[in-house]
Design a protein around this ligand. Structure first.
Ligand SMILES: [Zn+2]
Length: 466
């Protein structure tokens, strides 16, 4: 990737700058919200809708807002009209396209990010060029985007990282105008991306301010729409709110004798590694010859900032190697239901030993150490690695992305991997992407319904759309 493209990267979602008049955009972004008004004709339409089997729904996704931040905002009195938030568990790697494609049961994205390794041609594909200009069909990473009634115009995805407060206020204003003009007899789905950039650049303090603006807007909407419209507010992933340091992955791998390349062709004694570097995020996807995977995962263990690496270790087995040891995740199906086992090889890399024991003591584990997916999920919803076995096993299967990594790395909180140039020009206040609780715990709450304490992202679609 050339530097001129690197500077166009978003911090996490890699949408580049296009021909944009920054001054004009910022000018557009000025001004606070005006009071919402609806014409008498719209009022009539709203009343006709009230007899439907369920209330009309405004579905509003706030990019990257963590469960803890929303819970804290509610204790301050914001979002008063909402029931208590649930933890919505974002799939690993905790990134927007992966999360929303799973949460809306939309098409599976090609890769973890827009630049990805194609397992068929065995080379790097995609990148900045694909994202320049309008959102045409081939630039849509997943069909969830077809469901959106509102998302910010593409140039703003980039600008949000330079003037996050202004861009977010403008985004709220545009959403309110479009929502006001929308037909009142069907659901409305909006995605506000500005919250993600705001937290990456400024941390939670300025987020508190924009959440107050959002709360005022939602109060206005509720005043007009009344009980006939349910508001369901959720996020796609959480965020680790520590200041972050870069992990020197490429330097380390070269020292270990690997060759970093854009294409795998079996040369150099199969020591080649393809390692896309994009946004400044808490995971890394590595591609190599199949037999090289365990060796690569081993080589990463001593590197500062690496929590653990995952790789396919035979059919229905995923290997885990990290600073706390190594393990295997086994999956099998019985009577159409998934079962998982956690085999500790050395130490306890996923911190599941005590849950393993409790499942065994409660008679929920068979002689071979398998317990049902539901039993594991039920006991790990608030774990340091929420829903660890199902989530991590699936992260390197084709059900999550069409071209999954050979070695998928989850970094510790406080560390990121990504573009070297971009990391020199920004100070990263927060990021996401890893499999830990802060990034995994998105939220879901509604004015009309209550949800379970934790909801797996891939099981959210009926709650969001049905
Ligand atoms: Zn982000």
């Amino acid at each position: 990737m050339k530097n001129s493209n690197a500077i166009q990267d978003c911090l996490c979602d890699f949408a580049p700058l296009q021909e944009t008049n920054l001054t004009q955009r910022l000018e557009d972004a000025k001004g606070d919200a005006k009071v919402l008004t609806f014409s008498p004709r719209e009022q009539e339409t709203r009343q006709r809708v009230a007899g439907a089997t369920r209330a009309r729904r405004l579905l509003l996704c706030l990019d990257g807002v963590p469960f803890d931040v929303i819970r804290e905002a509610k204790t301050r009195g914001l979002f008063d009209g909402f029931n208590a938030p649930s933890r919505l568990l974002s799939p690993f790697p905790t990134m927007t396209n992966i999360a929303l494609s799973a949460m809306l049961k939309a098409s599976v994205p090609v890769g973890y990010e827009s630049r990805y390794f194609d397992r068929n041609t065995r080379e790097l594909r995609g990148g900045a060029q694909k994202y320049i200009g309008r959102r045409t069909p081939e630039k849509i990473p997943s069909t969830y985007m077809d469901e959106l009634d509102y998302q910010e115009p593409l140039p703003f995805e980039y600008l949000v990282y330079f003037a996050p407060e202004k861009i977010f206020r403008a985004d709220i204003q545009r959403f309110r105008e479009k929502f006001r003009r929308a037909p009142q007899d069907r659901d409305y789905f909006a995605f506000l991306k500005g919250t993600d950039g705001l937290m990456h650049m400024r941390g939670t303090e300025s987020l508190s301010v924009v959440l107050e603006s959002l709360d005022r807007l939602l109060t206005e909407i509720k005043t007009f729409c009344g009980d006939e419209t349910e508001v369901a507010l959720f996020s796609d992933h959480g965020m680790n709110l520590e200041e972050n340091r870069r992990v020197h992955l490429q330097t380390h791998l070269r020292r270990c004798g690997f060759q970093i390349t854009n294409r795998l062709n079996g040369a150099n004694d199969k020591q080649q590694v393809v390692l896309p570097a994009f946004g400044l995020i808490g995971f890394a996807a590595l591609f190599c010859e199949e037999q090289t995977s365990p060796k690569l995962a081993d080589a990463l263990v001593p590197l500062e900032g690496i929590d653990f690496s995952l790789y396919r270790d035979g059919e229905n087995i995923v290997g885990v190697k990290g600073w706390r040891g190594s393990a295997r995740i086994h999956r099998r199906e019985r009577d159409g239901r998934a079962l998982y086992a956690y085999e500790q090889v050395e130490g306890d890399p996923l911190q599941l030993a005590s849950i393993f024991r409790s499942l065994s003591e409660d008679g929920l584990m068979d002689a071979e150490g398998f317990a049902s997916d539901e039993a594991w999920a039920e006991r790990t919803g608030e774990h340091i690695y929420p829903d660890a076995l199902n989530n991590l096993y699936t992260s390197i299967q084709q059900t999550r992305v069409r071209h999954p990594a050979d070695v998928l790395v989850s970094l510790k909180d406080g560390y990121y991997y990504g573009s070297a140039l971009f990391s020199r020009i920004v100070r990263l206040a927060a990021t996401h992407g890893n499999a830990m609780r802060a990034s995994t715990s998105a939220f879901l709450m509604s004015t009309h319904r209550e949800f379970p304490n934790h909801v797996r992202g891939s099981e959210a679609q009926p709650l969001l759309r049905e």
